[in-house]
Design a protein around this ligand. Sequence first.
Ligand code: FES
Ligand SMILES: [Fe+2]
Length: 361
Amino acid sequence: MTSNIRFMSGDLIDSDIRVAKTLPSKYYTDEKRFRKILKSFKRTWQFVGLSDQFTSAITPIDHIGRLLNEPMVRVQDGESTHMLSNVCTHRGMVLCHEHSDAKTMQCPYHGRTFNRDGTMKHMPGFEEVVDFPSEDDHLASFDIRTWNGFEFTSLKPEVDVEDVFRPIQERLGWFFSDLKYDSERDRNWDIDANWMLYVDNYLEGFHIPYVHPELNEALDKDGYTTECFEHGVLQVGMAKEGDVCFELPESSVDSGKNIAAYYWWFFPNLMINVYPWGISVNVVVPNGCDSTTVLFRSYVKHPELLEQGAGAELDKVELQDQFVVENCMKGLRSSSYKRGRYSAKHELGVHHFHRMISKLG
Ligand code: FES
Ligand SMILES: [Fe+2]
């Protein structure tokens, strides 16, 4: 009972970072809390992909099914793009398993067939069934929104896509053109840790000198900044003298600075890393309380700048991060650790995230 009341309280994490304590370890290890927190994902916009990357008319979006317990299939139907339920309305079989350009979608269980707009077209053996088909026999459809060519879906959106992404639009809207999806750079990383540990680690550059010696070489130690927004956090890394950085337009508020990377995080599980070469999107997919898969998807704008500066060797950086994240998971199960404190200088992003989590009802 007591723990429930504390869970609802925004004061679990004090708004003053100098006196605040971090999220209690139970938040990372308790199954019930895990499931409760996961419900908040349904109210957020979840990343689907860049419109141009879908070369087939019918594409099951696997990670959405795992994130929201809601299998979805993206369907191009002439000029219209639909995000349909990928669950057959007969007995609940997952409908599409492969991408295809078929005119219709046929359930592999008993052959129910759907049009690309989700309406039921044909069902064998149902000739004598009364009042069939009805509305319930068509596939449900979900919201789909496009922002700078990227598609997002949501079950119960509470905020407009434009409102969520306003800070990145204002700061970096000029960068979002001519992006090409490069499937060769796809990675799906499996991590033995709670998803929030992955986010915690992402939200501070405090660990860079200790965990990422190579990345540390590319970044100017004194130039790392963190800004918190209503729906996310931005960290900006400055390039060391002579290293690769953005050619910023004069209209940019950052014009004249040597910026190596913009690290954007949006609640709860989306990272948009903007490097001089292009954009690396990370989607954090919780599989269970202590198991997470992180999807890396790359959208290249300037291929000649790949493998330079802060956007280089992302695989190596990822494995270095996984070492600390997995070992924090082990540490958080210890009876001797309950919660810690924040660096008021370096951990503003982590503090902001923990405040958001602590306020979930
Ligand atoms: S479950 Fe799809 S046709 Fe039976
Ligand atoms: Fe890191």
